[in-house]
Design a protein around this ligand. Structure first.
Ligand code: NAD
Length: 294
């Protein structure tokens, strides 16, 4: 078993981003700038946004966290997004999900200017991604691709089974691994809550991507000897043993599955750190104007 070490890879890529950001700051006369909108007080979301802001600082970006109470109206939120879309000092804009029930996440996603959509959730970016055109790729699948690339893992011709079909992880991951690209060129099966014989599907996989949100969902009997296992799940449990007061678990039973796998991501220390890198890289590209003219 080899570890797909998010700590090591993310640190290395962040160094490169930092250097590029410094050069770009000289060129533009300002730092690359990410704005994150957070609504309400979901513990996980607050932690993720704080971490994104901290990481921006580490690589020399400017970051702004706009935090609104959960009772903000949809109209007020959409109008704030329009304002930021028009602000030339902002390169990237993300709205942390989930949103309170009275706000339609689809409306919010489509309201963000696709040229600032560094989360890669806008239908224009999604469509361009499917067509293999330059675009912002959703941060988590992008981070996974960067990890596979770093370890020079050959995915071509492999059977990949994705568990979970969310708009932010499972679905884009299935598109990316099926594309005629490297990493890519897989034969992809996208499984979800209505899949029959899920265990059987997973047992055939050379590459497993688990993005469900259920601790220890993927057990050793579901994994083929030598499989590459990518665990996206983040399941928080209250714990007296950690300083933060909670402990993180993936969707994969790591202890049992690791000995059977050829490569595996740990949780924490795997995909989560790479997701941040995906976001930072997208923000840098937005500031450079790599994909779209502003
Ligand atoms: P989600 O929570 O929106 O949806 C879960 C998906 O799992 C659905 O598509 C559903 O069909 C599928 N599913 C649920 N039960 C299933 C079952 N019994 N069998 C098969 N499929 C089943 O998905 P999400 O937003 O992609 O989140 C999934 C997990 O990944 C969560 O733990 C989340 O916290 C984590 N996550 C981690 C990162 C990261 O950076 N590491 C990023 C995003 C999400």
């Amino acid at each position: 078993m080899n570890l797909l070490d998010g700590k090591h890879v993310s640190a290395k890529i962040k160094e490169d981003i930092k250097q590029e950001a410094a050069e770009l700051t000289t060129k533009l006369g300002r730092k690359p700038h990410l704005v994150a909108i957070l609504v309400g007080h979901d513990g996980g979301s607050e932690t993720y946004v704080a971490s994104k802001m901290r990481n921006c600082e580490q690589v020399g970006f400017e970051s702004t966290n706009l935090h609104y109470e959960a009772d903000i109206t949809e109209e007020a939120l959409l109008s704030k997004i329009t304002e930021i879309n028009q602000d030339p000092s902002v390169d990237g804009l993300i709205v942390q999900l989930p949103l309170p029930k009275h706000i339609d996440p689809e409306k919010v996603t489509e309201a963000i200017d696709y040229r600032k959509d560094v989360d890669g959730f806008h239908p224009i970016n999604l469509g361009r991604m499917q067509r293999n055109l330059p675009c912002f790729i959703p941060a988590t699948p992008y981070g996974i691709l960067l990890m596979l690339e770093h370890y020079q893992i050959d995915t071509s011709g492999k059977k990949a089974v994705i568990i979970g079909r969310s708009n932010i992880v499972g679905s884009p991951m299935s598109i990316l691994l099926a594309r005629n690209a490297n990493p890519g060129n897989c034969t992809v099966t996208l499984t979800h809550s209505r899949t029959t014989n899920l265990a059987q599907e997973v047992q055939d996989a050379d590459i497993i991507v688990a993005a469900i949100g259920k601790k220890n969902f993927v057990t050793a009997d579901m994994v083929k000897e030598g499989a590459i296992v990518i665990d996206v799940g983040i399941n928080r449990e209250v714990s007296d043993l950690t300083k933060s007061g909670y402990k993180l678990f993936g969707d994969v039973d790591f202890e049992a599955v690791a000995p059977k796998s050829s490569w595996i991501t740990p949780v924490p220390g795997g995909v989560g750190l790479m997701t941040i890198v995906g976001l930072l890289k997208n923000t840098l590209e937005a500031a450079k104007g790599t994909f779209y003219t502003k």
